[in-house]
Design a protein around this ligand. Structure first.
Ligand code: HEM
Length: 425
């Protein structure tokens, strides 16, 4: 062990390496993680699903059957490096070769790699033709209480794995800095096609926030995050019955059928009051519902909940609780956006300590950005403010979040993931 990293646990070390990126972080990370057994592709690229976002069938599950998201995440905000409309044949083939290298080097799944490439409105603006068959609005503030930076990247690549060195190696390969990736010759790269304008990184999994909270702003050192919590706010999320299915978020018709959309926001967390002043019962009421708190429905981080938060089984309504309890829960508000009894967004969010600040990269998939807006409006709950429930106070978890960035992307089906034209043939 090096002098400088003595005392840093393996996972915290990997977190800082993923956050820093680059060749030296990668080699440091390779020394720390068990690397022998990262599996290569189990399927040939032609056997993989048509949907880029078909991750669930490849990801592992917990005892209750909930999808277990990969532990390490990397988001690359990309700027197109060429002039004029993108997608001259050569560069499209070059980029596709790069993505196929990733697919061959690593099995799709937690123990290998999952990734998805999305394109923003700025990318499609380069073309004379309009985007057909799908709405991709510019991002905008979605609540009266926010003033986010609206990202204008051409593209976003989301990479995730249980191994930090896998996301880092994939990034190095894409940048053209590796000849071989997990035993596979690297073909293609971003070279001359995309420049990495911004990196955002994160993690999700039991114990990971607690290991990382020290010295991070937005979260007190004195009050530890529960040891086995997967996220900074202390509760499990993403129960099977509280997530949209991949089918529900897939674009059904038109040229981009089989694709989806991403809304990506960066939420800064302010958890001093959450951990230092709020009681456990208040945290449960604000995260789930006052009924969850009164009836003690949540044990620990929510392990007892199985595959559902139970939010559809509680009596009364968000409006009633706002009036009579003076508090309304986050899940209780968000559930109002369901259609036909099912959630309409698939959350693939994770926490981050980028810039030494506790935050959440809230990445959600949905058939249309409008579905995200509907859900966010339900979660904001501007209709519920009266008495003790203010625009932020006692209004779910709004008081503990500031929205820093928003962005919208179209994730084309796999066959169109490399520099799609707005009206592909
Ligand atoms: C730091 C940020 C956030 C945290 C820690 C968080 C946490 C949670 C938790 C613990 C639940 C209940 C368990 C579950 O159903 O998975 C939940 C449910 C949910 N949240 Fe969040 N959430 C956050 C932000 C958001 C945002 C920004 C949105 C949407 C705009 C959102 C939408 C939802 C939805 C749709 C549900 C499920 C509702 C249903 O059952 O239909 N969450 N969240």
């Amino acid at each position: 062990m090096h002098e400088s990293d003595r005392g840093l646990s393996r996972r915290a070390f990997v977190r800082s390496a993923v956050a820093i990126g680059g060749a030296s972080a990668l080699s440091a990370c390779l020394q720390r993680e068990e690397t022998e057994d990262v599996p290569q592709a189990a399927l040939s690229p032609d056997e993989l699903p048509r949907r880029q976002h078909a991750w669930n069938e490849f990801l592992s599950t917990d005892d209750a059957g909930n999808v277990r998201p990969p532990e390490h995440h990397l988001l690359l905000g990309l700027e197109y490096a060429g002039d004029g409309p993108a997608g001259a044949t050569g560069e499209r083939d070059q980029l596709e070769a790069a993505f196929r290298t990733l697919e061959q080097a690593y099995k799709r799944g937690n123990e290998g790699l999952v990734f998805a490439m999305g394109y923003g409105p700025a990318y499609f603006d380069r073309f004379d033709a309009d985007l057909r068959g799908v709405e991709l609005p510019d991002p905008r503030p979605l609540a009266p209480i926010e003033d986010p930076t609206l990202d204008e990247y051409d593209a976003l690549l989301h990479l995730a794995s249980d191994y930090g060195h896998v996301t880092l190696s994939a990034e190095e390969a894409l940048k053209g800095d590796l000849k071989e990736l997990n035993g596979i010759t690297v073909e293609g790269s971003f070279d001359g096609v995309f420049e990495v304008a911004e990196r955002r990184t994160g993690f999700i999994g039991p114990g990971m926030p607690a290991e990382r909270q020290s010295g991070i702003s937005g979260i007190p050192d004195s009050e530890p995050v529960p040891e086995n919590a997967p996220m900074f706010m202390g509760f499990k999320t993403g129960f099977r019955q509280n997530q949209a299915s991949e089918d529900r978020v897939t674009i059904q018709d038109g040229l981009f059928a089989g694709g989806t959309t991403i809304h990506l926001s960066k939420l800064q967390l302010h958890l001093h009051q959450w951990y230092e002043q709020d009681s456990r019962s208040q945290r449960v009421a604000k995260m789930f519902s006052p009924t969850h708190a009164d009836k003690d429905l949540v044990e620990g981080v929510g392990e007892n909940l199985g595959d559902s938060s139970g939010i559809t089984e509680i009596p009364g309504s968000a409006a009633e609780d706002a009036r009579t309890e003076g508090t309304v829960g986050h899940a209780q508000k968000a559930v109002r956006a369901r259609e036909n009894g099912e959630p309409i967004i698939l959350r693939r969010d994770f926490d981050s300590t980028d810039n030494d600040t506790a935050s959440t990269h809230f990445l959600a998939l949905q058939r249309s950005i409008a579905d995200f807006v509907t859900t966010r409006e339900a979660m904001t709950g501007s209709d519920l403010t009266e008495g003790a429930v203010g625009p932020r106070m006692n209004n779910g978890i709004l008081q503990y979040l500031t929205v820093h960035n928003r962005a919208n992307y179209l994730v084309p089906p796999r066959g169109l993931r490399s520099l799609p034209a707005p009206t592909p043939q």
